[in-house]
Design a protein around this ligand. Structure first.
Ligand SMILES: NC(=O)c1ccc[n+]([C@@H]2O[C@H](COP(=O)([O-])OP(=O)(O)OC[C@H]3O[C@@H](n4cnc5c(N)ncnc54)[C@H](OP(=O)(O)O)[C@@H]3O)[C@@H](O)[C@H]2O)c1
Length: 377
């Protein structure tokens, strides 16, 4: 029986992780943490009966309703929970740069980090990978493209190039001359994946793909020029690897996050998930070049790969810009401009610990807010 902790159990990845755990034998949730969604958290506590639970703020009602659960509060509380629960595996499904803090703690106390929180790598790639090595902890990516690459890179010589795909998001066919003024409703109408709000907007700008090539750079040690990106409209092809002898291997499958989540838990075994049985005939396979005029943020991400402070700023500025777009203060086109200006104003440096990462994150958010004010309508 593997003991599992889930940080971010109430989010899109967190709830899908619990769905997977319901279908698998040999996994027991011993600890779970959420932000503020107490009503869903209460249902999860009821169903999974963990020994430990953490929330960003105290909730008296939950404490009274679950007297046998030990509760922790705040970000420190989530760290403390991981320390005391000592789970075999931690699923990092929280959103945001704070995820790095939890990831760094998780690898001290878990043998495996099932990592969905891509910000952990974008903001602290080197820090996290070095610490994982020191603690002999495995990092198994949950992001579908990285899970695909992780699988493709097993058991063969090192490919010359790797590639990941993008669906192109909700605006992939939208007239280019009007794209800067689209509405939130247009942007949230994602053609393939069902995800949280920020990641759906990030799909339309391809900021998400930008974060993912940064993630691939650190996880698989490839230079920017050797990490290719293509549009795959039905998201059937998640990733591929290209060998020097002309061979290309593809990873194909249903666009459903429960599959890479399950793999991160069962690796090196594979679960027998009957609901997901697939036939190659289910998929038509087609890739297209990326049009960087439609997705300038992806080009920007390519330019800052390997410069940690700018990567942190890329993520922070996008979070601020997306929030302001969702709340109707700025146009869709301003998201890119805010990220670009914020990155320009951040010095190129390599933080030595989480505190330095956090300081750059705070500064980048402040700069991004200033840039938002310049763009506000
Ligand atoms: N969704 C996908 O398909 C997908 C695919 C690949 C990778 N990812 C990555 O996975 C991560 C989670 O994405 P998501 O779509 O599941 O996000 P989401 O639906 O917004 O869920 C975020 C989760 O994190 C919790 N949370 C928020 N702030 C927190 C904090 N400061 N401390 C602790 N927990 C906090 C939330 O709690 P409350 O809701 O209770 O406040 C919620 O449980 C992101 O890094 C994303 O990039 C997502």
């Amino acid at each position: 029986m593997k003991k599992i902790a889930i940080v971010g159990s109430t989010g899109s990845i967190g709830t899908q992780t619990l769905e997977v755990i319901r279908k698998l034998d040999n996994f027991r949730v011993v600890a779970m943490a959420c932000g503020h969604n107490f009503s869903l958290f209460e249902r999860q506590l009821h169903e999974f009966s963990p020994e430990y639970a953490a929330m960003l703020e105290p909730n008296r009602e939950l404490e009274v309703n679950f007297p046998s659960v030990k509760f922790f509060y705040g970000a420190e509380g989530i760290e403390e929970m991981l320390e005391i629960a000592k789970p075999d595996y931690t699923v990092l499904a929280a959103s945001g740069a704070i995820g790095l803090r939890y990831s760094l703690k998780a690898i001290e106390h878990s043998k495996r980090l099932c990592l969905a929180n891509k910000e952990s790598i974008v903001c602290g790639g080197k820090l996290l990978l070095e610490k994982a090595k020191r603690y002999s902890a495995e990092i198994i990516p949950v992001d579908s493209e990285h899970s695909a690459l992780f699988q493709l890179l097993r058991g063969d010589v090192r490919p010359e190039k790797i590639f990941i795909t993008a669906s192109g998001g909700a605006l992939r066919d939208y007239p280019l001359d009007r794209i800067n003024e689209v509405t939130l409703k247009d942007v949230l109408n994602h053609p393939v994946w069902s995800m949280g709000v920020r990641i759906t907007v990030d799909s339309a700008t391809m900021v998400n793909k930008g974060l993912e090539i940064i993630e691939a750079h650190y996880l698989f040690s490839y230079d920017e020029k050797d990490i290719l990106t293509y549009v795959c409209k039905n998201s059937a092809i998640h990733a591929g690897v290209i060998y020097s002898d002309g061979t290309i291997k593809l990873h194909i499958g249903k666009p459903d996050m429960r599959i890479p989540i399950a793999y991160s838990l069962t690796y090196p075994q594979r679960a027998a998930l009957k609901d997901f049985t697939a036939s190659p005939l289910d998929y038509s396979l087609s890739l297209e070049e990326i049009d960087y005029r439609r997705y300038p943020a992806l080009k920007l991400a390519r330019e800052i790969i390997g410069i940690p402070s700018k990567q942190i700023a890329f993520n922070a500025a996008d979070e601020i810009a997306v929030k302001n777009f969702v709340e109707g203060r700025i146009s869709f086109g301003s998201i890119y401009r805010i990220i670009e200006k914020t990155i320009e104003r951040i010095e190129p440096i390599s933080p030595k610990d989480f505190e330095e990462v956090q300081a750059i994150d705070v500064l980048a958010r402040k700069i991004a807010q200033e840039e938002v004010r310049k763009c506000s309508r």
